[in-house]
Design a protein around this ligand. Sequence first.
Ligand code: SF4
Length: 643
Amino acid sequence: MLEAGSALAEALPGFRPRAEQLAMAEAVAEALAERGRLVVEAGTGTGKTFAYLIPALYSGAKVIVSTGTRNLQDQLFHRDLPLVGKALGRPVRIALLKGRANYLCRHRLALELGSPELPGFERSRKRALGRIALWAEGTVAGDIAELESVPDNDPVWLAATSTRDNCLGQDCPEFRGCHVVRARREAQAADLVIVNHHLLLADMALREEGFGELLPGAEAVILDEAHQFPEVAAQFFGTRVGSRAVLGLVRDAELELTRAGLLDATVRAALAEIEALVVNLQRVLGGLGERVDWPRLPDAALEGAADLEQALAAFAARCEEPALEVPAVRQCGRRAADAGARLHEVLNADPALGLRWAESTMRAFTFEFTPFEVAERLRAQVDARPCAWIYTSATLAVGEEFAHYTRRVGAEDARTLQIASPFDFETQARLYLPSGMPDPSDRNYTEAVVEAALPLLRAAGGRAFMLFTSHRALGEGARLLRESMREDDLFPLLVQGDMPRDALLKRFRELGNAVLLGTSSFWEGVDVRGRALSLVVIDKLPFASPDDPLLKARLEGLKRAGRNGFSEHQVPQAVLALKQGVGRLIRDPRDFGVVMIADPRLRSRGYGRTFIASLPPMTRVDSVEEAADFLRHHLAMDYADSE
Ligand code: SF4
């Protein structure tokens, strides 16, 4: 299937047989046959999706493929798997299972449509609800992405989708026609199911959201974009309770109680008390800034949270009274009990086991707890399931070492395999590290980055990504670049935030000579082939912000274990992120270009060597002229070729 002249080669335009792809496919086939564990880093251009899909489908095993992003899910479901199915010459039952927030909830929509209009409802919301109601009459799958006229991030969907908390399950009057239930049934019947990491974790942990019924039947789990898995797991195993969920519960309870004719004065008072406590907490937390470490929380916040816990528990108990024996009301009671229990968990968490903080904006707040270590829990879940576990991504190793990754996911005993990219980086790419750069903490640092990049931007005639590590630097970089551009600099600038990410990328491809300035969301998952992207400029080494609570929790956990958080976690994480950013440049055997990394720490600090050793083997150039010549030369050749 992966050789020249095969059915897949026929079905796939531009297919080339690659030794790297075959090597990976063989390793995957072996892991599948042995129900083993494999961690495989496959450099760009390996063709890793086919390298696991083909052995997976040949094996006849029931397989779960988990991805980090929706883009990859869509690519697998709509493009890659139909191609493989066609090439195999037999139908393959595949299913794409999304989180429940992606499916219409008929019960909640009916509730919303039947409820009295609240004051302050905007007309746009009413219009959107009308569209949803119309679509709901005809949809089969109930996937909210079908209704393009209401974007999936429109808050109106909260009223027409369910959460683990508010779903009535078997007590629901719409259970028979429920889209969530239907999607899950289809997933169970499929040979290959595509999910995301969050859903996989929910299933592993037997949480209702994941319904715990996929994994028991699976013979193989393949995690693509596996570099994102530890971070998703850290979030998943944490505990979180927020004002939005509690206020949503109050509103739903009012609706359900009104519908059942049970909203008497005492229940109304109980709900009003919960609402008042949330509003009061919002007042206390609202002015404290985005993230507040637990020790900095004022007593009023802790007392308010404890009162809220009690009020939720009291309402939950109330819902158990025989007079309120209505399934939907009971469900609200369970939600209140659950929110109260989570709040209790955060308020009483053992500080030796994790980190607590509050996050607040002017409109909402959450209390959160993140455990220091999730590897043990992951290992326990994986050990409990005797199926093949395959983790793959273009960035898992630091140098040639996988220990950083395997330790984080509790897979130290897995076989590891590093497959180099089939691209000829030495010939296709140059790595340029400008000399004389100030320290990254210097106030004029971004100015120096822009100055150093300009000759290359001119040599490439635009055709560049400028990747920044912070929004502040992005804004400053965009301003400085605009100011420094001359009249003969004809390249257009596209700046993150000017339009949605996908629209920006589309524009970048269409223009063919643009300079795109972006932060983290452009460092990975972006594929621009051809000369439209010939230069990648990176301002700093992408160390995570020290304020990130997940990072803080991880570092604290390592410190408590007597280990060095900087060398064992921060450096490897930044190495993986840098590999992702650099990986944007060469996406095709005909691509060429220059990567400029401005950060002087690559040369001046000992850890700089670890970064360089982890990058693809690009030829180093030390002068800006050499880098600019390389760009000019290749662009001229490229033009000549295309003429
Ligand atoms: S079972 Fe849950 S998700 Fe399905 S319609 Fe009912 S409440 Fe909504």
